[in-house]
Write a protein that binds this ligand. Structure first.
Ligand SMILES: Nc1nc2c(ncn2[C@@H]2O[C@H](CO)[C@@H](O)[C@H]2O)c(=O)[nH]1
Length: 516
């Protein structure tokens, strides 16, 4: 298995040379891909000694526009939020779904009830017959795994804009369907089936969106990837705050749910607008044109010289090309380096990070939200009981997860060479029994040991912070273990293992639920 990473390394801007070339050789008459049909004289001229290639970066900062008002950064932040809105809005609304699936209310006559009536007893009297939390987690994460694989083929056949806009419009449509479903009465079984189909498709589109955005980000400086990741972290907080606001509105259950599900529709619409705006910003155009130019627009002619290869190619895995570039009417000579990357070789270098990532996500998804969403407050205070789960489970998780991820900006302890990272990630397994022994109604085999709300809050703080850290750490360390030209492949491999960890965790949650 091998992949090719292409990189423009050094450029010699020599307008006179290239203009003469174009005029004397009639080079523009040559088809773009006829590398070896270039005249000998041209080859000879391009076959300069490597020393003569001054390393004036073509991407030199002098012609790079400014990111005015940080507009591009903000857009990537919003797009990041857009990618995780479906997952977070569905999991945060678990009490609403459980309430509608209560078989004792088969016609869905929930509209007369108020949110605070969505009590633990109400939900659990049904015994959670549909295993809703588990199916929700699994059907949200499996398409991520499948589409991460599918995306590696899709990107070749479907243009990036179609993939991104198409998936966002589909997500918007499916959120509208979810909001409309709030107002339609139907049997619990039909509601479950339709919801699960929606969850599957919305997350499939999300995965395509996520993969395509990461591909797009490869063209931008590192800072913009961090903005997207921060936006992803913010999506959970956004969903939790939307839930709290709609609950505290005091409206009936139907209006509360409707208001809640309209929020991600607006969020997704804003994401679509932001994405379309991106192409109008000069700063984004500058980076986006780099990819296009390599394909067709600006780079009109390309030539290859065997001689040059022989002269400057020391590394057998590296293939160097002399490239004649025509960019915006200006011509220059460049050395393009193409290095073959072996996926197996990269895997050998980063398997510890990949394993840590898989363990991190498996542990997190095995209990969050499938088990933790069922934990109830044991206080008599009705208002506290009503807000306990949205605040202490979802809001707290998302805040502390974000804190844990942010810690990696300050320290990457225990460093890239530590062989025990997966073992450290395994320590988090302790949280599984701890959460299972919290105040969950209708335990079958276990008893409640940590009945006090404070226990759940302490476990949640440690669990979510360590989750954020355990996930972010291998993501930051993996690129440090590989050569620069291997980083693109490393990113793709880590994304695959991320999806694998999420799916494994979702699968494991079924077993843990059965053991409760
Ligand atoms: N990067 C990423 N993280 C996800 C995805 N789905 C769930 N998570 C993470 O899983 C955890 C539980 O929601 C949080 O840390 C989320 O950020 C996804 O599709 N991509």
């Amino acid at each position: 298995m091998a992949a090719t990473g292409g990189k423009l390394n050094s450029v010699r801007e020599d307008r006179t040379l290239t203009q003469n070339l174009l005029q004397t050789q009639g080079f523009w008459k040559y088809p773009r891909d006829s590398l070896f049909s270039a005249p000998d004289s041209l080859r000879r001229i391009i076959d300069l000694s490597p020393e003569s290639y001054s390393t004036i970066s073509r991407m030199s900062r002098k012609d790079e526009p400014n990111d005015k008002y940080h507009m591009v950064a903000v857009i990537f932040f919003i797009l990041g939020m857009g990618t995780l809105l479906p997952w977070n809005f569905f999991i945060t609304a678990i009490p609403y779904f459980q309430f509608r699936l209560n078989p004792e209310d088969p016609a869905g006559n929930y509209s007369d009830l108020h949110v605070n009536e969505t009590s633990a007893e109400n939900i659990h009297s049904s015994g959670d017959a549909f295993n809703f939390n588990n199916w929700l987690t699994l059907l949200a994460q499996l398409p991520l795994l499948l589409c991460t694989l599918l995306n590696s083929f899709l990107y070749q056949c479907i243009p990036e804009r179609v993939r991104i806009v198409g998936s966002m419009v589909s997500i918007l449509f499916l959120f509208i369907v979810t909001a409309v479903l709030v107002t339609i009465e139907m049997s619990a079984q039909s509601f479950f089936d339709i919801t699960m189909a929606t969850v599957w498709f919305i997350n499939a589109f999300c995965a395509i969106l996520q993969g395509s955005l990461f591909g797009l980000l490869a063209l931008f400086p590192q800072k913009y990837s961090s903005m997207l990741l921060s936006g992803q972290g913010m999506a959970g907080m956004f969903a939790a705050v939307a839930m709290l606001l709609s609950m505290s509105s005091g409206a009936d259950h139907r209006t509360t749910a409707l208001g809640y599900f309209i929020t991600p529709c607006v969020g997704t619409f804003i994401s679509i607008t932001c994405y379309l705006l991106l192409y109008r910003l000069e700063f984004a155009q500058f980076y986006l044109s780099k990819s296009n130019s390599q394909v067709s627009k600006n780079y009109e002619v390309e030539t290859n010289t065997e001689l040059l290869n022989k002269e400057i190619n020391g590394d057998p895995g590296t293939e160097k090309k002399a490239v004649l570039l025509l960019k915006d009417g200006e011509a220059c000579v460049a050395v393009e380096e193409k290095q073959h990357v072996s996926i197996c070789a990269v895997l050998k270098k980063i398997w510890i990070m990949a394993l840590t990532l898989v363990i991190g996500f498996t542990v997190t998804l095995s209990v969050f939200p499938a088990i933790t969403a069922n934990v109830r407050s044991n206080t008599e205070n009705e208002s506290w009981a009503k807000f306990f789960n949205p605040v202490c489970c979802f809001l707290l998780f998302n805040i502390m997860d974000w804190v844990g991820r942010s810690i990696t900006s300050y320290t990457l302890w225990p460093g890239p060479d530590c062989k025990y990272l997966p073992l450290l990630a395994c320590c988090r397994i302790i949280f599984i029994p701890l959460f299972m022994l919290c105040n969950i109604p209708n335990h079958n085999y276990l008893t409640v040991i940590f009945s006090n709300d404070a226990w759940f809050i302490i476990f949640m703080i440690l669990f979510s912070m360590s989750s954020g850290y355990c996930i972010s750490l291998p993501m930051c360390l993996a690129p440090k273990k590989v050569l620069p030209h291997e980083s693109e492949v490393t990113g793709a491999i880590m994304t695959f293992f991320l999806a694998l960890g999420l799916s494994l965790g979702a699968g494991l949650s079924f077993l843990l639920k059965a053991l409760l």
